[in-house]
Ligand binder design. Structure first.
Ligand SMILES: Cc1cc2nc3c(=O)[nH]c(=O)nc-3n(C[C@H](O)[C@H](O)[C@H](O)COP(=O)(O)O)c2cc1C
Length: 304
């Protein structure tokens, strides 16, 4: 792997700037291993909470015109049970970032503590799930709540803490700034965009939960705009996420200000080869243009 691609984010060393996004293939040590073997620079687990959750009845995921619509309802076995998977994933040789959610700042902090005890290299706070009440985006829409949770989590763990923001707000930069001031080590932007599909034959909303989150190519320009706005506002690293499936997408996010990128939906459509094709493509782009490190292109579009 080319040295040009190596990055450090909040003290984590990554061989390349790609990461697995939360919620896709991240629910077991074995699937996380498959993703690391496929070339991801780091992996983010499915979001886990203090208690196990079943999630919503089917259908929970449907294909939209240019992406996926999901309302899975945060199904997970709970962080205690999941600790075993985290321990297994420690063998991967890439940083493991555990995504946690909670229904109070205390739950976020406790879930984070258990995950770190099991070996998480960093925590990503999911304050952006668009379809579960009293957690996720309901928190992520409030700068005050995001700051409160961050302070509590930072007081409980000594690993880096990332905050994953929702695009479903009027001013994402404002929430990012509050998160940075409260001690976030990086901002992940973005989670899915609130959306809906209705079947005209049956007249029914297709998802059991009716409203869900849109991901994939459809949301890429929204995500690029969010990264651009957040980068302008904060001095901590930004991790781009939303519709990345090619090296061009990854470069675009980096020019907007992303130090690294997460990939989710593209895996469902194109398989795990996406990590190698993105890293190879980014490396060739850097080489052709004479950049010695991927860091040199982060935020370049802000010159204009
Ligand atoms: C089926 C599915 C499940 C997801 N579950 C989670 C989750 O548990 N936690 C989270 O923070 N994001 C979750 N996400 C959001 C993704 O991590 C990502 O932010 C979003 O899909 C945009 O990136 P993409 O277009 O590359 O998929 C989920 C996305 C999908 C499609």
């Amino acid at each position: 792997m080319s040295r040009r691609l190596a990055i450090e984010i909040a003290g984590l060393k990554l061989a390349n700037p790609t990461m697995l996004a939360s919620g896709i293939l991240g629910l077991s040590g074995l699937t996380l291993k498959r993703v690391a073997d496929a070339g991801a620079g780091a992996v983010v687990t499915k979001s886990v909470g203090l208690e196990p959750r079943e999630g919503y009845p089917n259908p929970t995921v449907v294909q939209a015109e240019c992406g996926l619509l999901n309302a899975v309802g945060l199904p997970n076995p709970g962080v205690q049970y999941f600790s075993e998977e985290i321990r297994e994933a420690k063998e991967l040789g890439v940083p493991i970032i555990v995504s946690v959610y909670g229904f109070s700042s205390e739950e976020f902090a406790e879930a984070a503590r258990v995950a770190v005890e099991a070996g998480a290299d960093a925590i990503e706070l999911n304050v952006s799930c668009p379809h579960v009440e009293k957690t996720g985006a309901e928190i992520g829409q409030s700068s005050q709540l995001v700051a409160e949770i961050l302070k509590k989590v930072k007081g409980r763990v000594d690993t880096p803490v990332f905050v994953k923001l929702t695009p479903n707000v009027a001013d994402i930069a404002k929430v990012a700034k509050a998160a940075a001031e409260a001690g976030a080590d990086a901002i992940t932007a973005i989670n899915t965009v609130r959306a809906m599909i209705i079947d005209v034959e049956t007249t029914r909303p297709i998802l059991a939960n009716k409203i869900g989150g849109l991901s994939g190519t459809a949301i890429k320009p929204i995500a690029v705009r969010c990264v651009y706005e957040v980068y302008r506002e904060v001095d901590i690293p930004v991790i781009g996420c939303g519709g990345i499936s090619t090296w061009r997408d990854a470069v675009e996010f980096m020019l907007a200000g992303a130090s690294a990128v997460q990939i989710g939906t593209a895996i469902a459509f194109n398989g795990l080869d996406v990590f190698k094709s993105v890293t190879k493509g980014v490396d060739a782009y850097l080489k052709k243009r004479g950049f010695r490190s991927v860091k040199e292109i982060v935020g370049l579009s802000h010159r204009y």
